[in-house]
Design a binder for this molecule. Sequence first.
Ligand code: CP
Ligand code: NVA
Length: 306
Amino acid sequence: MRHMLSIAESSAEDVRQVLDRSYELRQAMKAGQPIPQVMAGKTAILIFEKPSLRTKVSFEQAVFELGGRTITLSAGEVGLGKREATPDVARVLGGMVHLIIARVFEHSKLVQLAEYSGLPVVNALSDYSHPCQALADIMTMMDEFGRDLAGRTLVYVGDGNNVARSLVAICGKLGIRMVLSSPPGFELDAGFLESTRLRSPELNVTRITDPRQAVKEADAIYTDTWVSMGQEAEKEQRRQAFTGYQINDELLDEAPARAIVLHCLPAYRNVEITSEVLDGPHSRVFPQAHNRLHVQRGLLSLMMGK
Ligand code: CP
Ligand code: NVA
């Protein structure tokens, strides 16, 4: 696997390999065994055009555990497409470091970094997708329900955004049924569903507008913020539009008792999810956050191991 730009562009085989390696290395780390130092003597550059806690810390830690080092740059320092054209930044980095991990607004910048640097590139979130998040989400479902998730149901309640897109793509590759429940006007674009169907003919996605109906057969209920990074100006309008889409105890009453609750975090407590649910017995959000480290260690081990 050369890059991780989106789940949609990765093969089902790639996704399974990342998860297998992630389990293997998580177990080794927990047992205190050494893991292959595939990044010894290598540098990863981390570029963040947006804030981050989980992604930044977990990538820095994963690179360290694989024997490498990181240089982290904020948006202002690099000025992708502002201080300097993105292809020029890419060409410079291509002669200095070994891996680019970037969080950007426009997904096209990741594509340019990959095209012009000659280096492997990992998407640390773009407006289009958040593939490493989806890998950690699936690991969390596997921790709960076993490694074969075929036939399980993931219900996404909320905004049809980058996180939803990556979840649809990964569910299509692993045979997980997906239900999308979004208020009118905030659904995942039909064009994306169509193109995912072409890549994964077995994709099983249903749209159910009413969240109370949507969660009826859920094994996992997932939500994300209603106001993604970059949409802050729409905050009030969005909060109004999403009324009725909160994950709360009433909604959980409509779901099977086995259902777990996932959220990529950061959460706006008592907005898209109540504190009772976030901190309650169905929540797996903190193991889910920790799995970011485990899947990214697995991913980098595969990408940098050749
Ligand atoms: N879930 C996630 O990507 O968190 P950060 O924005 O804190 O990295
Ligand atoms: N959809 C959110 C995810 C944050 C991890 C955003 O893009 O801000």
